[in-house]
Design a protein around this ligand. Structure first.
Ligand code: ATP
Length: 418
């Protein structure tokens, strides 16, 4: 087991494409780090540089304190698990799992011992003599994991290992991977574009956009304190609602105007986000998570925490009801939101600012709201998010910090100090 450190790592492909830019990450011994981001953000390239499958253009990668830039892949002592887990069809599960060890001329008894141990960890003991074609998709994926486990590597590198499985199996295997990694305690870097996988698996999650690290933090911190608009919009489903608003009122009674309506922000929000004071009287970007809104008929609403609108769409999800309603506030279009729209496949709609924003709220299933009804929405104004409209950075600390671009991975609270 080992710490994996990326220091100022960059990758420029021979055709001039810059895939990764100045990526620095300290992955602690035994840590599960998830690299997440939209397609093309450079996460696979980053992983392949750690694996030794791609030359490193800039910076250094170290495994267990040793710089491995020039060490061939097979000598890096890391094991890769890919999304396509090509198993040898003519070999049994036992032979498939032990294949790498056989190649390395590990003694037979040792191979047997390690394969059987791995099979126990993976719940494959009863399948060791089967051929891959007689296994389910999940079992095949486990065999692929087995191949990595028996090598007893210092780190696991996983590239979307679950993306070929159907949704139900993916959820099952996700839990399995978490358990196995915890049991073995092997440092793991896991690449995915699925934010749910990222949130549920990672001790910490590193969010990338266009080759650049945006933020690295434990999942809940990423959710509660996104460093910028991109992270805010990428993590969370349904996504955080983003709209333009104006901070008015005074430091003791700050108000937020959105689309002709007004919310009381509460002085405690200013205490938590001191830099917000500098924004009084200015326009900014407001973020509201769907679950921070509720049907006002089901919860105490007062003048200062209520928005009024008409329900445009009501989706009953069982555990909750998603209510879509419009506000006469401008939508937000920045480089970050364009990138998010591209990722969501809604870029045709998402590239022009319009004076009408559709907001999604997650109501309790007890709501009676129907499409076309006028709806009163209670907003938990203590949980509002605020972003600088120019830089897209979250407005938190002192004014100078809010104005400077957020240094990737150095958001306040990231004690691991990447
Ligand atoms: P995905 O989830 O789609 O695999 P990713 O985040 O893993 O995306 P990469 O595969 O690392 O992204 O690609 C990052 C960027 O580098 C993309 O713009 C991609 O087109 C480019 N790229 C990848 N491989 C090469 C290559 N061999 N030559 C040139 N450009 C490449």
């Amino acid at each position: 087991m080992a710490e994996v450190v990326l220091a100022g790592v960059g990758k420029v492909y021979p055709d001039g494409t810059r895939a990764v830019d100045d990526l620095s990450l300290n992955i602690a011994d035994g840590e599960f780090l998830v690299l997440v981001g939209p397609s093309g953000c450079g996460k696979t390239t980053a992983l392949r540089m750690v694996a030794g499958l791609e030359a490193i253009s800039e910076g250094t990668v170290s495994v267990g304190g040793r710089v491995v830039n020039r060490v061939p892949s097979r000598d890096r002592d890391v094991a890769m698990v890919f999304q396509s887990y090509a198993l040898y069809p003519h070999l049994s599960v036992r032979q498939n799992i032990g294949f790498g060890l056989t190649l390395r001329k590990v003694p037979k008894a040792e191979i047997r011992k390690r394969v059987e141990e791995a099979a126990r960890t993976l719940g494959l003991e009863d399948y060791l003599d089967r051929r891959p074609r007689n296994l389910s998709g999940g079992q095949r994926q486990r065999v692929a994991m087995g191949r990595a486990i028996v090598r007893e590597p210092r780190a696991f590198l996983m590239d979307e290992p679950l993306s070929n499985l159907d949704a139900k199996l993916r959820v099952q295997m996700r839990a399995e991977i978490a358990r196995i990694q915890r049991d073995l305690g092997v440092t793991t870097i896991y690449v995915t574009h699925d934010q749910t996988e990222a949130m549920t698996l990672g001790d910490r999650v590193a969010v990338m956009k266009k080759g650049e690290l945006q933020q690295v933090a434990p999942p809940q911190e990423l959710y509660d304190r996104p460093a910028n608009l991109f992270v805010a919009g990428f993590i969370g489903s349904p996504a955080m609602n983003l709209l333009r608003g104006e901070l008015t009122g005074t430091e003791t009674d700050p108000r937020l105007r959105i689309g002709g309506q007004e919310l009381r922000v509460g002085p405690e929000v200013l205490e938590r986000r001191p830099a917000l004071r500098e924004h009084i009287g200015r326009s900014l970007v407001v973020g509201i998570r769907p679950e921070d809104m509720e049907d006002a008929r089901l919860s105490e609403a007062t003048e200062g925490n209520r928005l009024t609108s008409t329900a445009e769409l009501v989706e009953a999800m069982g555990s909750d009801v998603l209510v879509h309603f419009g506000l006469e506030a401008s939508t937000v279009v920045t480089e970050d939101t364009k990138e998010l729209a591209r990722d969501a496949g809604t870029d045709v709609l998402g590239t022009l600012e319009t004076p009408h924003t559709v907001v999604v709220a997650r109501f309790s299933p007890r709501t009676q709201v129907q499409v076309g009804d006028s709806v009163e929405v209670r907003v938990d104004t203590t949980r509002l998010h605020f972003f600088d409209p120019e830089t897209g950075a979250s407005i938190w600390g002192d004014a100078s910090a809010a104005e400077a671009p957020v240094p990737a991975g150095e958001e306040a609270g990231d004690e691991a100090g990447d």
